[in-house]
Ligand binder design. Sequence first.
Ligand SMILES: [Zn+2]
Length: 366
Amino acid sequence: MMPITTDKSIYDKTGRLRFCSIDKFVSDICEGDHCFICGRHPSKVPFNREHVIPNWLLRNVNIHSGNIQLPNGRLHRYGSYTIPCCTECNTGLAEHFEKPISEAFGKGFSGLSALVEREGTERLFQWMALLFVKMHLKDKTLLQNPDTRLGRFYISDGYDWSTFHHMHCLARAHYSGAKIGKYVHGSMLFVEVGENSEDEFFDIATVSSAYTLYIRVKDIAIYTVFDDSGICLEAVEPVLSRITGVMNSAQARELAAELAAANIHLKNPPSFGTRSSNADGDDLEIIALPPEGNAEFFAKSNNAIGHIKRSVLGSFCQATADHTREEALELLGSNEYSFLFNSEGVFVTGGDKEDLQPVRSEWSAI
Ligand SMILES: [Zn+2]
């Protein structure tokens, strides 16, 4: 097989974009307005809007009129949280992802388990990549600050789009026909969580720098790290083994932060590419180039972990008998505050309603 160079896209004989190069992804899709799946321009094919959070999911949890919190802290209505997509690809996404996945989610955690048992996790892994890509593409239209007197700055201005290319390849694999090769599948975790009436039925959080996405729909929590070949799931085992009860919203988010933190500490991460047997893109396959030997981790930085925890969990910090909210945020920022475990490292039942004690997270270098 011949590797495809990263600066060259591949089309098949019918003109279908099989491999979208990094350059094309950045210039046409991230910086341009081409369809994020097929790469065609709005002047060539009809376009409509694709919901970033799928429509069926908004209905399922009845949050059409609710708001998502953006990376700049502002709120955006879910119902209008959309990006442009060509109508043909929009239909294709609905068929491949939204139809089977909405059916599974409609039956709660047991429905999702049945889907995984029936066909494995590949479709869900790619669906999570699709969500991740759509959320970041949306950020290019969202102002960092609506007060534009000092200039127009967008949430995506700080993104290095090329680093999202792997997630883009995953999100469009149903269209490109690319096979998901060995070790390409990242860490994925499905957890049944509490449906506490005080919690919202829906939650979503990304850690962009750690290529991690967490979503919760009613009693289903799904965690995905896209670029770690499954290593981070093993690394957080000491955390997972101590979760002995049903997690609430804050605790479920903290687990996402743990996975993300493990990923940014990975010293020798795998790299990814795409290969094909010929110039038409036949036998297209996304491949992983795993590191030689065991996974290695950098010495744990509590500030780096705390930074992630603060971004994911800051809104859950409340004043307690022991701390003001600001003190709790500061402790969270230095990884000395946990919603999951008390100071003895024991899982906190009742979660953020308890009077929490400072504790550091533990995960192993394997
Ligand atoms: Zn398209």
